[in-house]
Structures are given as C-alpha cells and as structure tokens.
Design a protein around this ligand. Sequence first.
Ligand SMILES: NC(=O)c1ccc[n+]([C@@H]2O[C@H](COP(=O)([O-])OP(=O)(O)OC[C@H]3O[C@@H](n4cnc5c(N)ncnc54)[C@H](OP(=O)(O)O)[C@@H]3O)[C@@H](O)[C@H]2O)c1
Length: 297
Amino acid sequence: MEKRTFGNTGLGVTVLGYGAMELRHVDEAQAERLLNAVLDAGINFIDTSPDYGRSEDLIGKFIAQRRDEYFLATKCGCTVPHTGGDDAPRHIWTGAQVRHNIEHSLRRLQTDYVDIWQVHSAEPDELAQSDVLETMLRIREEGKVRHIAVSMSGRAAGYGYGQLRPYLDGDWDAFESIQVWYSALARASEGAMAEAAQRGKGMIIRGVVRRVDPWQSLADATTKLGLDDLRVLGESAAQFLLRFALAHPGLHTTIIGTKSLEHLADNIRAVETGPLAADVLAEAKRRLDAAGVVSAS
Ligand SMILES: NC(=O)c1ccc[n+]([C@@H]2O[C@H](COP(=O)([O-])OP(=O)(O)OC[C@H]3O[C@@H](n4cnc5c(N)ncnc54)[C@H](OP(=O)(O)O)[C@@H]3O)[C@@H](O)[C@H]2O)c1
C-alpha cells in the first residue's frame, strides 16, 4: 500500500489508516477481526481516543502483540469516564488531566509509547491559559509519546478550518501533526491543509467518506453534485470520494472508520486503484466549485 512521509516526523504512513472510533459499535469478535484485517492489509496507522468507548482496550487486547506493525495515534484532554450529565465538560485542559490521560491510555493500549498524541478538539484559546503544552512536551521527553499533535474540532460552522492557521505559528508550532476533516463534500480545509503540509506538519485526514448535510447518503451526494459520470465502472460513491481525497498531496493518511470488513476491503481496493487522475480531479473540482462546495481559503 502507498506510503507517504508524515511531515517532519519522517514516519512512512500508509495513505489509508483506520479510525477506531467505530469499534464502539461492534462486539469483541468483530473488533478482533477488523483490527487484524487492518494490519493484514498492510495498513500501519490507527487512530483512537480515550473517549471512544472500549476502542483503546480492544486495540490493546487484540493487536498489542503486533505493536511493531502500526503507528498508534490517541488523544488527550478527554474526561474519562464522562460523568455529570450533558453539561459536564467533555475535555479538561490542564496538565494534570493530560498526564492522567496518557497513563490511562498506555495501560489500556498495552504499550509503552504512543506515536502521535493529539489534543482532542481543542481551540487555541482554550489551551492558551493552561499548562497543557508544557506538560505534553515533558511527557514527550519522558518517551511516553513520540510526537505531539492537535486534532481539530469539527463543530464550528463550515467545519471551522480557519482555526487551523493558529496552529502553524508561535508556541503552537510545537504540534508536529494536525488532524482535520476534509472531503469532496466538505472542502473548507483544502487550502489550509496544503499550507500545513508544506510547513512540515503530518496531516491526518478524517471525514473522507462521511455523509454531510444536506445529502441523504454518499450516493445521493455524488448524484446531486453531478459527479457520477466521473466514477469508473463499478466504483461506489465512497470509493470515488476516497480517491478524490487521496489526490490531495497534503493528505498523508486518512483514518476511515468502519464496522464492516466489506467496506474495509472496498477502501483498500480504492487505494490500490490510486488517486483520481489529474483531469478527472480538475473536472470534479470545477463541478463542486459551481455547486458552491469550495475551499475556505
Ligand atoms: N475531533 C476528533 O478528533 C475526531 C472526531 C471524529 C472522528 N475522529 C477520528 O476520525 C475517524 C474517522 O471518522 P469520520 O468522521 O471520518 O468517520 P467515521 O465516524 O469513522 O464514519 C465513517 C462512516 O463511513 C462508513 N464507511 C466507511 N467505509 C465505507 C465504504 N467503503 N462505503 C460506505 N460507507 C463506508 C462507515 O460505515 P460502516 O461502519 O458501515 O462501514 C461509517 O459510518 C474516527 O474513527 C476517529 O478515529 C476524530
């Protein structure tokens, strides 16, 4: 499987990663099959978080013995377990909280280190008054994590990737990798992603085959946006959208989540087919631009 250099970290990551959030929705036997199928296919990047249910536990339980086959990304700031009702904070931005997170994650993941350790959906102003960054740097020095990173929130209108730029300057430049949402259906981060990659950030892309409003399904989206004749024979809408995203040189790995071995196989086939050809990509972008699905930068 194609590998790309993960920014200045120099890691060689497969363009297809696995988003382990979906492990929340499967039983143990399916989690074991999925995680081993991911590694058997040569996928070498797995993204999880303390607050994805049992995801970290399942990774530890079923593939800790294959730890040298994958780069492991998890997150911090998460309140685990999340208690106190709907108005309780999902994240707490203190050094003590992130230290608690890494100790807990290492135990659950049954490993001595995490490759990419991300603040989970933090805004720069939430971190600014805290000791989170200095604590993360100390934990990196201790060898418990190899690289520190930020995973951007998807909450803000238009997916909010004007937010990405602050992480390219000043103290926040210490973050070595950035996770953003990008797809043919949600192109807001297209320009910012390119800039971040050029500046040496390892880029983790999510949302590549995620349905977005107002479309009912991925197929509904590609039909209504007039993209279907650009799909090769037999290609699903998801496979087309994946190949669209792979054509962005700022995508180093995309962490597609799935509960399904069939969808995993479809995604692997799409990656083997390769990114959209330049002329098809240009035509798809022309049609998306005309429909108002555009980059924010
Ligand atoms: N703020 C953050 O840091 C943050 C937030 C959200 C997610 N994440 C990370 O990003 C990862 C990806 O999240 P996401 O938002 O992109 O999507 P996602 O929540 O993982 O969902 C992907 C969806 O696409 C479907 N799918 C996958 N392959 C498909 C295929 N070939 N054909 C049709 N449907 C397919 C899956 O359904 P099936 O299960 O039926 O295949 C699933 O419903 C997560 O697992 C998590 O690791 C991070």
